[in-house]
Design a protein around this ligand. Structure first.
Ligand code: GUN
Length: 280
C-alpha cells in the first residue's frame, strides 16, 4: 500500500482563497486586517520565513508591515515598539519572529504583546485559554496540523495520537488540541523509554522534534496518518523528521516536506489575523 499524500500546499491555497474574500469584505468596511511582523537581527531562516509570511499577506490583501531591527537592538527598544503596536488600532496582529538574538529576553517580549493581538498564540493568556478550551489564539503550526488531519477525514475521537517532541510552539499545544478533539494523546521526548514502540501505537503520528528522518517504516502502524513537522536542512536540501520514502509504504496518509505542514502554518497565521480584525 502506498500512502495518500496530504497536499498541504493545495489545502493552504484553498484557505487563502476563502480568506481573500473575507479580507475584501473587511476592507470594504474600512477595516483592512493589519499584521505587523518584528524581525530582529540576521537569522537566515527567520528572514526566509518572514518573507513567506509577507508574500502570503499580500496575496490575500492583508496589510503587512515588517519591522526589521538591528541585531544589537536593546530590550527596551523592542518593548517600546511592541507598546506602540499594541496601542495602534490599525494593527490587528503582532508577531515577533523567534528566535531572538541571545541578549534579548524572549519571555518578557512575548508577555508584552497584547493577548488580543497575539496571532502566534504564545502569550501566557492564550496558552492558558488553549489549556482550558476557552478560545483565544492557537499557535499556527498546531492549528494547521489539526486542519490537515480533519481534511483527511479520518476520525480523531478515541484514536491514539502520538506526538514526538514537547516544544511550547508545537508539541505541547498540538497535544492539547487533539485532546480537545477527544483523542488519547501521548507525548514522547528525549527521556521516553521506547519512542518507536509508542509511535507504533499511533493512529495519528505527529513528528515535531527536529531530527532528520528519525521516524522509520517500522515505527509506523500500517494505515496510520503521519504528520511531519520537521524542517531540517541536510546537505542543502530540506528534509522532515520522517523518512518519507520508506514510511509512505506503510502509512495510510502522510504529509510531504516541503509542501505539507509549512504552508498550513502561514495560512493559519493569516486566518488568525483576519479573525483579530473582524473582532476589533
Ligand atoms: N519561529 C519559528 N516558528 C515560529 C512561529 O510560529 N512564530 C514565531 N513568531 N517565530 C517562529
Amino acid at each position: 500500500m502506498t500512502a495518500k499524500i496530504i497536499d498541504g500546499k493545495a489545502i493552504a491555497q484553498e484557505i487563502r482563497a476563502d480568506l481573500a474574500k473575507q479580507v475584501a469584505k473587511l476592507t470594504a468596511q474600512g477595516r483592512t486586517p493589519g499584521l505587523h511582523v518584528v524581525l530582529v537581527g540576521d537569522n537566515p531562516a527567520s528572514k526566509v520565513y518572514v518573507r513567506s509570511k509577507q508574500r502570503a499577506c499580500e496575496e490575500v490583501g492583508i496589510a503587512s508591515t515588517v519591522h526589521r531591527l538591528a541585531e544589537e537592538t536593546t530590550q527596551a527598544e523592542l518593548l517600546d515598539l511592541i507598546e506602540r503596536l499594541n496601542a495602534d488600532d490599525r494593527v490587528h496582529g503582532i508577531l515577533v519572529q523567534l528566535p531572538l538574538p541571545g541578549h534579548l529576553n524572549e519571555e518578557e517580549v512575548i508577555n508584552a504583546i497584547s493577548p488580543a493581538k497575539d496571532v502566534d498564540g504564545f502569550h501566557p493568556i492564550n496558552v492558558g485559554k488553549l489549556q482550558t478550551g476557552t478560545g483565544g489564539f492557537v499557535p499556527c503550526t498546531p492549528a494547521g496540523i489539526l486542519e490537515l488531519v480533519k481534511r483527511t477525514e479520518v476520525p480523531i475521537a478515541g484514536q491514539n495520537v502520538v506526538v514526538i517532541g514537547r516544544s511550547n510552539i508545537v508539541g505541547k499545544p498540538v497535544a492539547t488540541l487533539f485532546l480537545q478533539e477527544n483523542a488519547t494523546v501521548t507525548i514522547c521526548h528525549s527521556r521516553t523509554k521506547d519512542v518507536a514502540a509508542e509511535a507504533r501505537r499511533a493512529d495519528i503520528l505527529i513528528a515535531a522534534v527536529g531530527r532528520p528522518k528519525l521516524v522509520k517504516k517500522d515505527w509506523v502502524k500500517p494505515g496510520a496518518v503521519v504528520i511531519d513537522v520537521g524542517i531540517n536542512r541536510v546537505d542543502g536540501t530540506i528534509v522532515g523528521d520522517v523518512d518519507f520514502d520508506e514510511v509512505k509504504e506503510v502509512a495510510g496518509a502522510i504529509t510531504p516536506v516541503p509542501g505539507g505542514v509549512g504552508p498550513m502554518t502561514i495560512a493559519m497565521l493569516l486566518k488568525a489575523t483576519v479573525e483579530a480584525a473582524a473582532k476589533a
